[in-house]
Design a protein around this ligand. Structure first.
Ligand SMILES: *Cc1c(COP(=O)(O)O)cnc(C)c1O
Length: 359
């Protein structure tokens, strides 16, 4: 795509990403802090984000192979860890060829590894289930898992696990997970990795040889966790423009299903973004947007290509004006509350229709 008359854009601030990385990693100076760039770097563009961070990070993490291969094809040659692990035997062979780090979480994957003609010599991440109950070996299975590795592979083990509730500062589950993994690490005398963003920021006891830094690279965390003194900058500003303006009389309705009617003479602005762009259809009346320095509420139903905003109270609104859906002036965390979701989901679901512009 090279013709863009529809100014529906995600402006990505690469300096903010680097700033956020440096801010957060001062909290964990003794760890290698891996940048998690799965799901197209949480919607920010994995290749551009990787290129901008490659000089400051030790490694990247993605979800699965296709995401890693795309980075290799773009010339990213740092280690890349696959957080969901290999999904077939061929993935293991490819990991060797492409210098990817495997995260293994079941015995079938260990069998694949054992049958390879060329041995895997990278960091061998063994995922332990410390209470998330999705993936990972149970603590009592680790002996057998380790026994199936070559002695060289045993030297490269990184025991790892994932928090279920690290953003809840008073939830005792997190300490239990930390203690369980620490106990196993002491047993096996190996490297470990536990902390995600909330772990790095709020649970210093969880800092490991490697930490896995995701969401906090991209946006300040939600309010529950904003007790720290970090000064994080939102890296994405999602914006569009006003493409229609009309004045409604009392009783006129707006949009599909007529779910909103004017209770007073009202001015409605139509904005060029909708659920086809990843702006959620379940957005309720009242969800804020930011126009010319003021907040204004969404009204009516989200369409595929458009939303409608009540701008009656705004002093100065014109066709073509820029509208911020979230970003520097309106926190994605605030918008997420109106949409019954979280910052992660809003950022990752922005579709390819939305042009990413890097500054
Ligand atoms: C996504 C992911 C992370 C990053 O988590 P954030 O909360 O975004 O920092 C870390 N570890 C694993 C296994 C993940 O899947």
């Amino acid at each position: 795509m090279s013709y863009h008359s529809r100014k529906t854009q995600a402006i990505i601030n690469l300096k903010a990403l680097k700033h956020n990385y440096q801010q957060i990693t001062t909290l964990a100076p003794n760890s290698q802090n891996i940048a998690v760039i799965k799901a197209n770097a949480y919607g920010h563009g994995a290749i551009e984000v990787a290129k901008s961070l490659r000089d400051v990070v030790p490694a990247f993490a993605v979800g699965f192979f296709d995401e890693a291969i795309a980075l290799r094809q773009a010339g990213i040659d740092l280690p890349i860890i696959l957080l969901e692990g290999p999904l077939c035997e061929h993935d293991c062979a490819l990991a060797i060829k492409e210098n990817l780090w495997l995260m293994l979480h079941n015995f079938e994957q260990l069998n694949w590894l054992a049958t390879l003609s060329q041995p895997y010599t990278g960091k061998l991440w063994l995922k332990i289930d410390t209470g998330m109950s999705r993936l990972g070996f149970m603590p009592e299975e680790i002996d057998n898992a380790v026994a199936s590795l070559t002695s060289q592979q045993q030297k490269n083990i990184v025991l790892c696990s994932h928090f279920s509730s690290a953003e809840e500062l008073d939830n005792p589950k997190t300490l239990k997970q930390i203690e369980l993994l620490a106990h196993l690490v002491a047993n096996y005398q190996c490297q470990f990795s536990l902390a995600n963003s909330a772990g790095i920021i709020h649970w210093p006891q969880s800092h490991g040889d490697y930490n896995r830094l995701g969401i906090a690279l991209y946006t300040p965390l939600n309010e529950k966790t904003s007790t720290s003194t970090l000064n994080l900058i939102p890296a994405m500003t999602l914006q569009s423009t006003i493409i229609g303006l009309r004045d409604l009389a009392i009783g006129d309705s707006v949009g599909y299903g007529e779910i909103w009617q004017a209770q007073r003479p009202s001015r409605i602005a139509t904005i060029a973004i909708g659920y086809g762009d990843g702006y959620p259809r379940n957005a309720k009346a009242g969800t804020p947007v930011w126009i010319n320095g003021e907040f204004a509420p969404m009204v009516g139903r989200v369409s595929m290509d458009m939303i409608t905003i009540d701008v009656t109270e705004l002093a100065n609104v014109n066709l073509g004006d820029c509208v911020e859906l979230w970003g520097e002036n309106l926190a994605v965390e605030t918008v997420a509350k109106y949409l019954d979701t979280i910052n992660y989901e809003l950022l990752t679901r922005i579709s390819d229709r939305v042009l990413r512009i890097y500054k």
